[in-house]
Design a protein around this ligand. Structure first.
Ligand code: FAD
Length: 412
């Protein structure tokens, strides 16, 4: 049995079904698996609902996957090896995968419970935001991470006046270094997005309309940014309630071993809800890799345990190429090679560690496949120079011990 039908639950259910296992999936959402990364396109009007959904209902029937849509698992009872649904119905399991994902984080800012404050995680959220965007509702986006920028661009495409507020002094603080972030900020502003960095939101201002909806975000410096929709994109927290109540070991996520097994040998966890070696990911590549290992382990067939996922992120805004790879902040510090052209809005950076490619940032140009393929592999300095397009050698020697650069999304 699989609880949750995001990318982790979907991937595992598919593998289990293809191997002949009887699979039941329980999901509180009312649609079968859909692509969350396309929600901004849906809001912008570039994709309709049917395009987001991966497979028709018939596909599930053909695969023999029994899917219960619109049902919540309220309780897991490990001793009885069964789950209890919100309807009160109980379902037995032989092996159980928790793929319950995460919930958007609401920072401790006054007024975030007011009507008109929303987060974006599900299709249902996106439907409501889309209606408000169509009505050109002035919007304030709290958070200048990947999601915040993509949503802001989608709203702007609808003609809704949109302001992004980021408390740190730069955008994509987890993915970019200062040089790349400065160029990105200039580019998104050129594209017409209103983006403010280094601003602290003190409270959400309410009292507008008959329902007392929001009217803006008040900044610590005294100004108020007007908006009747406040969208919070401040990262995601793993959904742990089921696991905790079932007595499983939880920390920041549901604690799993290399076989994605929780502290109960019949229960597994994968995706945004899982924590492996003290780390949670919050990304699709990690959810897919974990789900594959979990499905194999559930069938007792796993050969190679999970060993972590190399971070990889792209910003999906039309006309804007940005990809960041790797974990360049890990110790020891990397050797860095940077080619930057602020006028053209281009920034390319390769980070080598012990002669291997440890990370890369590519802004304003498509990252060549050769870069992503080389991640983790040996790379000569000459080759790195060629990839970033450096004409002459010796413009900069490898620095010792690089500086703070990208990290990853779960706390955007
Ligand atoms: C708009 C948007 C764009 C994104 N773009 C990218 C991107 O480009 N690249 C990237 O790597 N990541 C991206 N992400 C993050 C990515 O979507 C997540 O990392 C991924 O969805 C995690 O998959 P998951 O299956 O672990 O969890 P989820 O996708 O969160 O799915 C968990 C599911 O479990 C259900 N559930 C939870 N509890 C229960 C319960 N008790 N009973 C029944 N069902 C339950 C939830 O309703 C949910 O449907 C994006 C996220 C959003 C919102």
């Amino acid at each position: 049995m699989v609880v949750g039908h995001g990318i982790a639950g979907f991937t595992a259910a598919r593998i289990l079904a293809d191997s002949g296992a009887a699979v039941t999936v329980v999901t509180e959402e009312t649609r079968t698996y859909y692509y969350r990364p396309r929600l901004p396109d849906f809001i912008a009007g570039r994709a309709d609902e049917a395009e987001l959904v991966a497979f028709p209902d018939q596909w599930y029937a053909e695969k023999g996957i029994h899917i219960l849509l619109g049902h919540r698992v309220d309780r897991v009872e490990p001793r009885a090896t069964r789950v209890v649904l919100d309807s009160g119905e109980t379902l037995p399991y032989d092996r159980l995968l928790l793929a319950t994902g995460g919930t958007p984080f609401l920072p401790p800012i006054e007024g975030l419970k007011a009507p008109g404050v929303m987060t974006v995680r599900t299709l249902e959220d996106a439907r409501r935001i889309k209606e408000m965007a169509k009505a050109k509702t002035p919007t304030v986006v709290l958070g200048g991470g990947l999601l915040g920028l993509e949503i802001a661009a989608a709203l702007a495409a609808r003609g809704a006046s949109t302001t992004v507020l980021e408390s740190s002094d730069r955008l994509l603080g987890r993915q970019l270094d200062k040089g790349a972030a400065d160029i990105l900020l200039a580019r998104v502003r050129q594209m017409g997005l209103e983006v403010w960095t280094g601003v602290d939101v003190e409270r959400v201002v309410t009292g507008g309309g008959t329902e007392g909806g929001v009217t803006g975000a008040h900044l610590a410096e005294g100004r108020t940014v007007k908006g009747n929709l406040i969208l919070v994109t401040a990262g995601v927290r793993p959904n742990l309630d089921l696991a905790r109540a079932a007595g499983l070991s939880v920390n920041r996520g549901v604690v799993v071993d290399g076989f994605l097994r929780t502290s109960d040998e019949r229960i597994f966890a994968a995706g945004d809800c899982a924590e492996w070696e003290g780390q949670t990911w919050g990304t699709i590549p990690a959810a897919v890799e974990q789900a594959r290992v979990a499905a194999a382990a559930m069938m007792g067939k796993v050969r190679v345990p999970y060993t972590g996922t190399i971070p990889s992120n792209s910003l999906k805004i039309a006309g804007m190429d940005l990809t960041s790879l790797g974990d360049p902040e890990a110790e020891p510090g990397p050797e860095e090679l940077i080619e930057s052209d602020a006028d053209r809005g281009v920034y390319k950076k390769l980070m080598l560690r012990d002669g291997r490619l440890a990370g890369a940032i590519w802004l304003g140009d498509k990252m060549p496949a050769a870069v992503s393929k080389a991640l983790g592999k040996e790379m000569a300095w000459d080759e790195a120079e060629k990839l970033v397009g450096r004409k002459k050698r010796g413009l900069a020697e490898p620095s010792s011990g690089g500086h703070a650069t990208p990290r990853f999304l779960s706390d955007q």
